[in-house]
Write a protein that binds this ligand. Structure first.
Ligand code: NAD
Length: 366
């Protein structure tokens, strides 16, 4: 198969859909890989590395789309890319269709096959192509939180781990799923005092069994949250209710109970956020302040650490890319229920019920 890897042109997206190592796995199976010039540059992968792995480098995005049958990328196509996608293409990337009607309609009109990373689903209901990005965002939330706690950037001026003779900071983590667990682990590693909350007892038991002593698990309730926000220095929002908007666990009135310079990081911003005062921000301007509380709510946190994120993402996408290249989308989706769940739009039809419902459009079984 002919596989194309274009440069990501969405604002501030520095990841790339395939590493040289992925290219090597495909070319050794006799597939042709066309990588756009400098596509991997911001992730630390250079054209020479791709060439050594067997790829051909093409100068423009138009050439990549023209040469390829399957496009492997990271973010959903933006308007400029809509017309590049043709009926013979299989496009394998994050789409997040339910949040964009224009994108959905454009992909229906393109008549291409769109397989969305975010809906590829393993038998146990987990989402294997989302997990690595939650791992990155969870770990990064503490790194960012620690930075914004510094006084020159309006934080409380507290070091997460304290020093001998001075107590560490208190970190409250809401949600003990992938994001929350990784956040708690990082905060604990830096020596902070960590409270992690969830409503899922299985998740809390796992935390309790596996985390060091400076991590305390507690059932999530408004009462408990109100109790801890009064003296928390850093609060991480990592809750998710599948298929629904995030619950508003911290309301605007609660900000007044927090100390000035408290930092709140809402990782769940992409699902509407779990703090009432959350609004999406970008890496260019990641924070804003309301009632003296520093809000950080960047919707694509992994984009800031493209080297780690690209490798984490492509580690999990590559087996599916190989399967699609070897078998073609129809056979591959027949033999893999996980991949079949990734089918969102096929030859002009929406085949994922929730997406059709989101925009009152016609749904058809794949
Ligand atoms: N901003 C970013 O760049 C970025 C990156 C990756 C993931 N995310 C988002 O982070 C969020 C969390 O992702 P995840 O992979 O950790 O999900 P997950 O499903 O692994 O974990 C979510 C957890 O929230 C818990 N929860 C639900 N209601 C709760 C409540 N009322 N109180 C406490 N806990 C509650 C669930 O029981 C679950 O354990 C998602 O919205 C995801 O899209 C954002």
């Amino acid at each position: 198969m002919k596989i194309g890897v274009p440069i990501e042109i969405k604002n501030n997206e520095n990841r790339v859909g395939m590493t040289p190592s992925g290219v090597f796995e495909l070319t050794k199976r006799n597939h042709a890989v066309y990588v756009q010039k400098d596509a991997g540059f911001n992730s630390g992968f250079f054209d020479e590395d791709y060439i050594k792995a067997g790829a051909s480098i093409l100068n423009t995005i138009e050439e990549v789309y023209e040469a390829a049958d399957m496009i492997v990328k990271v973010k959903e196509p933006i308007e400029k890319e809509y017309t590049l996608i043709k009926p013979h293409h299989t496009v394998f990337t994050y789409f997040h269709f339910a949040s964009s009607e224009p994108l959905t309609k454009a992909m229906v009109d393109s008549k291409a096959v769109c397989i969305a990373y975010e809906t590829v689903e393993a038998e146990d209901g987990s989402l294997p192509l989302l997990i690595p990005m939650s791992e990155v965002a969870g770990r990064m939330s503490i790194q960012q939180g620690a930075k914004y706690l510094e006084k020159p950037i309006k934080g409380r001026g507290i070091l997460l781990g304290g020093v001998p003779g001075v107590p560490p900071a208190k970190v409250l983590v809401l949600g003990a799923g992938v994001v929350g667990y990784q956040a708690a682990k990082m905060a604990a590693g830096l020596g902070a005092y960590v409270i992690i909350m969830d409503i899922n007892m299985k998740a809390l038991r796992y935390v309790s069994d596996s985390m060091p002593n400076n991590v305390i698990s507690e059932f999530s309730s408004e009462y408990n949250i109100r109790k801890h926000i009064k003296d928390a220095d850093l609060i991480i929002g990592g809750v998710l209710i599948k298929g629904a908007k995030a619950p508003k666990l911290i309301t605007k009135d609660m900000l007044k109970d927090m100390r000035p310079g408290t930092v709140i990081v809402d990782v769940a911003v992409d699902q509407g956020g779990c703090f009432e005062t959350t609004k999406p921000t970008t890496h260019e301007e990641p924070t804003y302040i309301i009632d003296d509380v520093v809000h950080y709510s960047v919707a694509n946190m992994p984009g800031a650490v493209p080297y780690t994120s690209t490798m984490a993402l492509t580690n999990v996408t590559l087996p599916y890319v190989i399967k699609l290249a070897e078998e073609g989308w129809e056979k591959a989706c027949e033999s893999s229920t996980a991949l079949a769940k990734g089918l969102n739009v096929v030859n002009g039809k929406i085949v994922y019920k929730e997406i059709a419902e989101a925009f009152n459009l016609e749904f058809e079984m794949a």
